[in-house]
Design a protein around this ligand. Structure first.
Ligand SMILES: Cc1cc2nc3c(=O)[nH]c(=O)nc-3n(C[C@H](O)[C@H](O)[C@H](O)COP(=O)(O)OP(=O)(O)OC[C@H]3O[C@@H](n4cnc5c(N)ncnc54)[C@H](O)[C@@H]3O)c2cc1C
Length: 502
């Protein structure tokens, strides 16, 4: 091993899991984090006796966590809880609600009236998504590419039958199987989880329907999502990793083709042999490294995932009518989805997601109370720079939710926190407040996504949403695997047994 010390800039889920893999490979690791707590977007708000997961509330591909545990040769420091049902979808018509199950028989019952023959259609759809997933997962998603030729020749190994999917949208693909708009909308909701819409997400991502409905489903963590962060930090600390909080990296010092130090906003220099940047891979290249290819002008032209508008409410009563994960849709799906990328989005007609945090995680609210997390996809700061109207937007969503559920929420709120895209941007250095980093169109995937290996500095690497393979919690875990493979290949490793933490 010729570089024993590694610095990871950022303690998001990709940063923490990269640090774990590097410690396992014998590296001495330090983490530098701009905020005062770890976790990045997977954060925690504790206020007025309530607790809320700040960003992710559930995830798919739980086997990526298991792969991580296997790689580290330890048990996961938290318990995975499979969601059943997966979620509930509310339309804006009295009583019109669908419960979404992984079990095909139960799911078919939900849709038998609106989509005759649903079961057979869904089977055919899922078969096609399974093929796509199996033909691409290890070949493309979990692979590092070293050149365009490498990427192109790998793509050529994907069976030709999938080729048309490169040129269709998610919506078009789903529409080939289903006639009902309700089914099309619900099956394509997963594209919002990627921070896009069914109308701009390539249909190759229909493979996520396979992970959603067949291969894995969705998971929560006993005690809330922040248990993942706490568990990882416990293991890191037990293995001597120090996390330096309130340390914002603003520049670097080079030494030929290597980075010598990263420098924080107070001027302190941090030295190591290897650096992994968990801050946004595109923004860091532009803002900190000053690369012209990633200038503000160039970044603004890229496709960014939509911005979050989120609310965390403490409610002084129980809300049994709401399920744990709820989507509130209405009749303007396409117009709303398309308007999220313009300043025209009518937020009085918002689509939103509601998570009753305290349903599973009972210590998230005092007895008889409920912790409510509401998330609404909105335009980023390029399209709507001014969010001084955030209280009014929040009120209109709360009014809508009250009307649709029959609860007088306004008069039951005892704690309220609102995060607009400005807050998200400032808290986690998210470009223009984009919630999930770079989007996933064909020109921002695979070889075309900012690489996890720096173009210029040989000891500089990246992990997280805006590098490969993409965004979301499981992808962050895969990105830690891909980057540690690169580092191990270049600098070697000496496998070390990890202390399992508490
Ligand atoms: C509202 C919302 C809801 C979501 N819901 C889900 C969900 O339900 N399921 C799912 O799978 N995914 C979800 N996601 C996506 C998921 O949260 C992210 O993909 C994932 O958490 C990103 O992890 P990361 O490590 O790549 O980045 P981050 O979590 O952003 O971590 C990067 C870290 O780097 C730090 N940092 C940045 N710049 C610097 C600097 N210059 N110096 C030092 N530190 C720096 C940041 O403070 C941060 O801690 C959601 C995202 C959002 C915003």
């Amino acid at each position: 091993m010729n570089a024993e010390k590694a610095i990871v800039v950022g303690s998001g889920i990709a940063g923490l899991s990269t640090a774990l893999r590097l410690v396992r490979r014998g590296y001495e690791v330090e983490i530098l984090e701009k905020n005062s707590i770890p976790g990045g977007r997977m954060s925690l708000i504790e206020k007025d006796g309530f607790k809320f997961d700040t960003g992710p509330t559930f995830f798919s591909m739980s086997y990526e966590f298991k792969e991580l545990a296997k790689d580290l040769d330890i048990e996961l420091p938290f318990d995975l809880l499979e969601l059943d049902p997966l979620y509930t979808v509310w339309y804006d018509q009295p009583g019109k609600r669908y419960t979404i199950y992984k079990d095909l028989e139960k799911l078919a019952k939900e849709f038998e009236e609106v989509e005759p023959g649903f079961k057979e259609k869904m089977k055919a759809y899922l078969e096609s998504t399974a093929k796509l997933y199996n033909d691409t997962e290890s070949l493309i998603i979990k692979k590092n590419f070293n050149s365009f030729t490498d990427y192109a020749t790998t793509l050529m190994k994907v069976p030709m039958g999938h080729l048309p999917k490169l040129f269709r949208t998610f919506w078009k693909e789903v529409s080939r199987y289903f006639d009902s708009n309700d089914v099309r909308e619900i099956v394509s909701l997963v594209s919002f989880f990627l921070g896009g819409t069914p109308f701009d997400t390539p249909s190759v991502f229909t493979m996520l329907s396979y992970t959603e409905f067949v291969y894995d489903g969705y998971y929560n963590v006993n005690g809330g999502m922040y248990r993942i962060v706490e568990g990882f930090v416990e293991i890191l600390e037990a293995n001597g990793v120090k996390i330096h909080y309130n340390t914002d990296i603003t520049s670097v010092e080079r030494n030929g083709r290597d980075i010598k130090t990263v420098i924080d906003s107070k001027g302190k220099k941090w030295t190591a042999g290897v650096f992994v940047i968990n801050a946004d891979a595109a923004l860091f290249r532009g803002e900190v490294l000053g690369r012209r290819k990633f200038s503000e002008e160039k970044l603004d032209k890229k496709r960014w995932t939509m911005a979050p508008f989120s609310m965390y409410l403490g409610i002084n009563k129980k809300l049994p009518e709401l399920k744990m994960h709820n989507y509130f849709l209405r009749g303007n799906f396409k117009e709303y989805a398309n308007s999220i990328y313009t300043s025209q989005a009518s937020l009085e007609q918002a689509y939103y997601y509601v998570n009753v945090v305290s349903r599973l995680n009972t210590d998230a609210a005092p007895e008889g109370n409920e912790s409510l997390y509401i998330l609404c996809p909105v335009p980023d700061l390029r399209f709507k720079p001014d969010w001084s109207d955030k209280e009014e937007i929040a009120d209109s969503i709360i009014d809508d939710l009250s009307r649709r559920t029959g609860y007088d929420l306004k008069n039951s709120i005892v704690s309220k926190t609102i995060l607009s895209p400005v807050d998200w941007k400032d808290s986690f250095n998210l470009y223009r407040g984009s919630g999930l980093g770079l989007g996933h169109n064909m020109m921002q995937m695979g070889w075309f996504r900012p690489s996890n290996r720096d173009e210029k500095y040989e000891n500089l690497f990246y992990a997280g949403s805006s590098t490969v393979p993409g965004t979301g919690v499981p992808m962050a875990i895969i990105s830690s695997k891909l980057v540690s493979e690169r580092i191990e290949k270049r600098y070697g490793s000496v496998l070390k047994d990890l202390h399992p933490g508490k």
